[in-house]
Ligand binder design. Structure first.
Ligand SMILES: CC(C)(COP(=O)(O)OP(=O)(O)OC[C@H]1O[C@@H](n2cnc3c(N)ncnc32)[C@H](O)[C@@H]1OP(=O)(O)O)[C@@H](O)C(=O)NCCC(=O)NCCS
Length: 202
């Protein structure tokens, strides 16, 4: 008998059949005060935050939110954007953190906070667009991330966008009711340039 774990219960996302990579349009824009309520709602949703990146400290309350935005706007080491559908619906955020300009590297995080929009291609689109900006507009050399090694949907997204595994940090985080390993992944500028014609389907 298979035991139900906290993570499978909270995040009960059935494995969906792989779909063809289809062109999907969305927009990245600057985050503003009008987005704070949504951000706070997302970070209070256990299914959204279960595996959330360790790279970002999202705001927990309205006043935190204003301070967070203020610090973000002055920061040289973080770039965080709102993800919006073409109809103007805010659905998540994506960003580069711990940017080290001398080394030309940064850590990526992504959150589709509106769960109705999961498995519709927005996460993949946002990661791909963030990579494009990071490599082509910010001239970064390396973009890396940390992901729980059992977060299959996110790993699927990252692999489709060209991330390669580069190491495992054992028992690095507490997820649900137990420790999980953290998978380190990265993509380099040349790799992105070589494969950038589209999102990979495998
Ligand atoms: C992880 C996350 C960014 C994915 O975003 P998304 O918009 O659902 O991603 P996409 O629709 O572009 O792609 C999801 C892929 O995972 C696959 N998938 C979904 N559930 C899966 C599962 N349980 N096991 C394996 N693959 C799965 C989908 O089939 C799809 O692949 P496909 O295009 O080949 O069919 C989103 O779920 C999220 O923001 N979660 C909460 C925050 C979070 O965990 N962020 C990442 C932290 S590292």
């Amino acid at each position: 008998m298979q035991m139900e774990t906290a993570s499978s219960r909270v995040c009960s996302r059935d494995r969906v059949p792989s779909r063809q990579a289809e062109p999907l349009e969305a927009r990245l824009r600057a985050l503003g005060p009008g987005d704070i309520d949504s951000l706070i709602r997302w970070v209070k949703d256990a299914a959204v935050t279960l595996y959330l990146s360790q790279a970002v400290a999202y705001p927990a309350s309205g006043s935190d939110g204003y301070r967070w935005l203020e610090e973000l706007s002055r920061s040289h080491s973080e770039r965080v954007f709102a993800i919006e559908t073409l109809e103007g619906r805010l659905i998540g955020s994506v960003g580069l953190h711990a940017i080290r300009w001398v080394d030309r590297k940064a850590e990526l995080s992504v959150m589709i906070g509106e769960r109705d929009y999961w498995n519709r291609g927005y996460g993949t689109w946002a990661v791909q667009e963030m990579l494009r900006r990071g490599f082509e507009e910010m001239s970064l050399q390396r973009i890396y991330l940390r992901v729980a090694s059992n977060h299959d949907a996110a790993i699927r997204v990252y692999r489709k966008c060209g991330f390669q595994s580069e190491g495992l940090l054992r028992n690095d985080r507490y997820v649900g009711r137990g420790y999980a390993d953290t998978l380190m992944m990265s993509v380099l500028k040349e790799e992105f340039a070589a494969g950038k014609s589209g999102v990979r389907s495998t």
